[in-house]
Design a protein around this ligand. Structure first.
Ligand code: SF4
Ligand code: SF4
Length: 409
């Protein structure tokens, strides 16, 4: 397929002036929607809740500039990203990590999984602008310091699906958390979309570990959490964050909680997380049928969606079979009748109950958010019905999240 150069164009009639692109998107040329400088990274388009930014084909003549990739001089069109320049030179990118290709899941400069060295500095290939004379090295030194964007460190009063129900109480914090930017998925009702679909300041593992440790002491909690976005992207970074955090917190009460969609959680990744010091994990199972998963996540490539969904389920089973004595696992199942039926909820409940009836399952009410302003939030009664289906399936620890609060059934 020929490589197509693109530009962002704002569709004024659709724009609601929400300010998200101006205030949160990290446009690397610092000049949103200026077609003369746009490098076509697409970050503004992914972040816009109103689909008011189109990526259009650019057929205008572009000057060629000279860059060096892995010691080889090449000519590429000006005003493109490092990722586009690498693709033009035959490098392959993918949204699922493999040994042969560059992993570039978020495409907003959030996860930094696609990091390369640009003039000696670690930079995300997906949103960094190519400039004349640039020197790019795709092989990172063995001792490189991974980075990714994390923000909104805070104390959390409710916790996540991976927080044991006995700890949930609203009067004081349960855990401290940092939110990682970037995701494998493109959920149109993402409740953290301003974090998930934006870039920002990238932090080294030790910076995150120190921030979580400081907050832990301040709020007198035992649990330190990474949520998102999807925190499992950029595996070397996450493993180092957990190791550094546990090195700074050697007491036996210290917990590290990973909140994930499970999309890239292979068995060896689970093993590595546990070895690094992860003690608690929450996995969202966004359906059991591929059509539901694709509707919830807006991952339209069926093969990729299948891999993501299969991984989330297999990781759940693998943890239940191998680590149920060692770490805490909680599972979240989203509900909204716009994308999942009660029959499918029953299918999910039955499968989980067959695997381990004691696993904690939380039914999550998905409300109108981000691009799905048409969604109607399920009523507390509807959510109780979902929770009761899980109980009928034989699950013993069922939580329900609803606008009336969190309930243990
Ligand atoms: S994010 Fe989209 S809707 Fe919001 S101001 Fe930017 S273009 Fe307009
Ligand atoms: S964020 Fe990327 S696609 Fe959007 S205007 Fe800036 S350079 Fe262009």
């Amino acid at each position: 397929m020929p490589f197509i150069l693109k530009l962002a164009r704002k569709i004024s009639e659709k724009c609601t002036n929400c300010g998200i692109c101006e205030n949160y998107v990290k446009c690397s040329v610092g000049n949103l929607f200026n077609e003369a400088s746009c490098i076509g990274c697409g970050a503004c388009s992914l972040a816009c809740p109103s689909n008011a930014v189109s990526m259009i084909e650019d057929q205008s003549e572009r000057k060629k500039i000279t860059i060096t990739i892995n010691n080889k001089e090449v000519k590429v069109p000006e005003r493109i990203t490092v990722k586009a320049a690498l693709e033009l030179e035959g490098f392959k990118f993918t949204r699922f990590p493999t040994a042969e290709k560059f992993f570039s899941p978020c495409e907003v400069g959030g996860c930094w999984s696609c990091s390369v060295l640009v003039n000696g500095n670690l930079s995300p290939a997906c949103t960094t602008q190519i400039l004349d004379g640039m020197i790019i090295e795709t092989k990172l030194p063995a001792d490189y310091q991974p980075k990714r964007v994390v923000s909104d460190f805070m104390a959390h009063y409710v916790g996540g699906v991976g927080t044991p129900h006995r700890l949930k109480r609203a009067e004081r914090p349960i855990e401290v958390v940092g939110f990682t930017h970037g995701c494998t998925l493109r959920c149109p009702q993402c409740q953290n979309h301003v974090i998930t679909f934006t870039g920002g300041e990238a932090l080294a593992p030790i910076q995150v570990a120190e921030e979580l440790t400081k907050l832990r002491r301040e709020h007198k909690v035992d649990r330190m959490t990474l949520s998102g976005g999807e925190c499992t992207l950029n595996r070397p970074w996450l493993i180092q964050v957990i190791k550094e955090t546990m090195r700074l917190n050697t007491d036996e009460n210290a917990h590290f909680h990973v909140d994930t969609n499970g999309s890239i959680l292979t068995k060896d990744y689970v093993d590595e997380l546990v070895q690094a010091g992860m003690t608690d994990i929450g996995i969202d199972l966004k359906g059991i049928r591929i059509e539901t998963f694709m509707k919830i996540t807006n991952v339209f490539e069926k093969k990729l969606a299948n891999i993501y969904l299969k991984n989330a389920w297999s990781a759940t089973k693998y943890i239940l079979d191998n680590y149920s004595e060692k770490i805490f696992l909680g599972v979240g199942v989203p509900h909204n009748k716009a994308f999942i039926t009660l029959e499918e909820i029953r299918e999910i409940g039955s499968k989980l109950a067959r695997w381990d009836s004691k696993v904690q399952v939380t039914a999550l009410d998905y409300r109108a958010e981000f691009k799905r302003t048409d969604l109607i939030q399920p009523s507390p009664q509807e959510m109780l019905k979902v929770g009761n289906i899980f109980k009928e399936c034989g699950l013993k620890t069922v939580m329900v999240q609803s606008r009336a609060g969190h309930f243990l059934l």
